[in-house]
Design a protein around this ligand. Sequence first.
Ligand code: OAD
Length: 255
Amino acid sequence: MEFSDELLASLRDARHIAVFTGAGVSAESGIPTFRDALTGLWENYDASTLASPEGFAADPALVWGWYEWRRTRVLRAEPNPAHYAIAALAADCPRLTLITQNVDDLHERAGSADPIRLHGSLHHPRCSACEAPYRLPPGIPDKPEGGRRVDPPRCARCGAPVRPRVVWLGENLPQAAWDAARQAAEACDLMFSIGTSALVWPAAQLPALVARRGATVVQVNPAETALDGHAGYNLRGAAGKVMPLLLQALRRSRP
Ligand code: OAD
């Protein structure tokens, strides 16, 4: 894959790079995306039943079981070359801010410290009523198959059911994460948008905001997305292939 000199120069000159990721960055680790035809989670499951406060109130065991199935898949997965290349890129520019919509922990396991999590995490559940954190038992749960009902644990403080600390339909993004992500979008010289359909707002505003400011947006995605028209560079391909090659090209291009 060839990268233009102009793109490599923008990367070399950037004082602050923001990296915005979606489910596609974890696809090569075997984690399903949401909207890919046939394999996407929302292709096979109903989002309002499984990812809304109303769905959880109606059937907590169905929802908790589904999230435990997803958490199990993540615990059995490994970061892929895209996660590692993003972590390594941080050493190649003065400042890098990683913003993710993903609820897995593969960025951290690849070495990215403290990503901004816009949609929460599968790994830090909380009480559905008093919001007290709930500590999951260590290890990998023994429930690989999807769709199995599992009663959620109860909060030790108030007895209400525990829920995943993820953002559900109709819920607000965590304010501190959103503020930090917006600040990075306002300040960065260049933003990568990697493996996201850029359809879910407000998160998808971020690369659009960067483009409106006249800063560079580099998209990495095998498919067309809503962002194509805004991105200065559309690198078509799997993130696990494109990102390591780009990092290598960047390092080679340094005088
Ligand atoms: P989507 O499923 O909407 O989009 C995944 C994107 O990844 C698509 O554009 C694919 O073309 C692309 N893709 C697939 N394989 C890839 C690969 N190997 N390398 C790079 N890209 C690849 O997922 P998101 O955009 O992350 O929200 O979805 C955004 C939000 O919608 C999620 O965070 C979730 C969902 O509802 C909540 O749960 C709150």
